[in-house]
Design a protein around this ligand. Sequence first.
Ligand code: SAM
Length: 213
Amino acid sequence: MRVRHKPWAKEKIDQYPQYVVANPEQYKGKWHEVFGNNHPLHIEVGTGKGQFMTEMAKANPGINYMGIELYDSVIITALDRLIEADLPNLRLLNVNANDLAKYFAKNDVDQVYLNFSDPWPKGRHEKRRLTYKDFLKLYEEIMVDGGEIHFKTDNQGLFEYSLMSFSKYGLLLKYVSLDFHNSEYEGNIMTEYEEKFSEKGHRIYRCEVKYPN
Ligand code: SAM
């Protein structure tokens, strides 16, 4: 994804540590202190501009959400949404998903969302795909036993690769749709990319997979 550099983004993020958590390593194993409750924690890895997390947090006040995004110039839009909505059950993390284990301990996270993850189509970039086996191990290290990954994409190649990767890793396939927007699923919340690609007529793929209990 091409990202436009915004030199002021970092400064603005630093002004809102209550929304974009500053020094997140200090909360490893105790995220309930940040939210002030023991509700389940669902994270979106690669949250982009945060539309999905914001709408999910509004719809489900009994669940805590965290949007994780590498680029400050992208997460800044998620921050603007959060400032406006002022949701007690949503926080943002401006970090690289490679480092998740620095910020979360085993059992900190109940569910992982991956939405329209960068496909990295070249074989030599396989390790960067957020459904590569090393990432599946990382999610397992921070999630509860029996935790789930919910994955949406318009990229058929990435979807097929990910189903293989999940299956090889030993995850249970709970739900799969090869044409999600024409399925009977109700209550879908759209991401920015989902809106953009479905308007262009792209087919949307979705699955839910589960780690062993
Ligand atoms: N999930 C959003 C959506 O569906 O609209 C954004 C999708 S966008 C194609 C993928 C996002 O993942 C980008 O904003 C990118 O910066 C972020 N991303 C990719 N690799 C990441 C990583 N290793 N750690 C954190 N964020 C990452």
